[in-house]
Ligand binder design. Structure first.
Ligand code: TYC
Length: 102
């Protein structure tokens, strides 16, 4: 809009510096019971990795105890954690994943 009146919104817009949103990583944890195939499926369905990347990430978790599945804004990351935990519980697996500030 050409004229925002006094205390000009137009000028304030030019002065504003907006920080980028914080990045949050979804980290998946190893356990002794969740089937490898289930973890690979979750990594494909919820984090959009292809089967090769999903298998590599699953094996990294299996060997190192944890790995980053993806990095998102806070709300998206939190929703991914909830959906993954719900899918794991529904299937009867103890799979755990957590949110961390990237
Ligand atoms: N350690 C599990 C097994 O041997 C496989 C597994 C991988 C479980 C990754 C969880 O996040 C995980 N069946």
């Amino acid at each position: 809009p050409p004229d925002e009146g006094q205390g000009s919104v137009v000028e304030e817009r030019q002065l504003q510096r907006v920080e980028p949103p914080r990045a949050y990583q979804v980290v998946m944890l190893n356990d002794d019971y969740t089937p490898m195939e289930f973890v690979v499926m979750v990594l494909q369905q919820h984090f959009h990795h292809d089967i090769d990347a999903a298998t590599q990430i699953m094996l990294k978790i299996h060997h190192e105890g944890r790995a980053v599945c993806g990095v998102y804004t806070r709300d998206v990351a939190a929703t991914k954690v909830e959906l993954v935990l719900a899918a794991a519980r529904r299937a009867g697996h103890p799979l755990q994943c957590i949110l961390e500030v990237a």
